[in-house]
Design a protein around this ligand. Structure first.
Ligand code: ZN
Length: 82
């Protein structure tokens, strides 16, 4: 059986999902038996999804009212010196 370290490295790289079935099988077997590695895999997927969403938001152009919203937010922020 693969070690947790080996499985986490495989899962983290993401290359195991495109590997041949006989290379994926030990990873799936370990994931079926180890709740820690399943949690690590879930956490990695969540981080990848959030990073993708964040990247999309940076790539998008701000809306036409961006200047107004920014100015209003800065003028009404009580933590900023006036
Ligand atoms: Zn494990």
């Amino acid at each position: 059986m693969m070690s947790c370290k080996d499985v986490s490295a495989s899962v983290d790289s993401g290359q195991w999902e495109t590997a041949s079935w006989w290379r994926r099988l030990p990873v799936y077997f370990h994931l079926a038996m180890c709740r820690h590695c399943r949690a690590f895999r879930r956490y990695g997927r969540m981080m990848n999804n959030e990073a993708g969403r964040l990247g999309e938001s940076f790539a998008a152009e701000p809306g036409p009212d961006f200047d107004t919203r920014l100015r209003t937010a800065l003028e009404t922020d009580p933590t900023l010196p006036g």
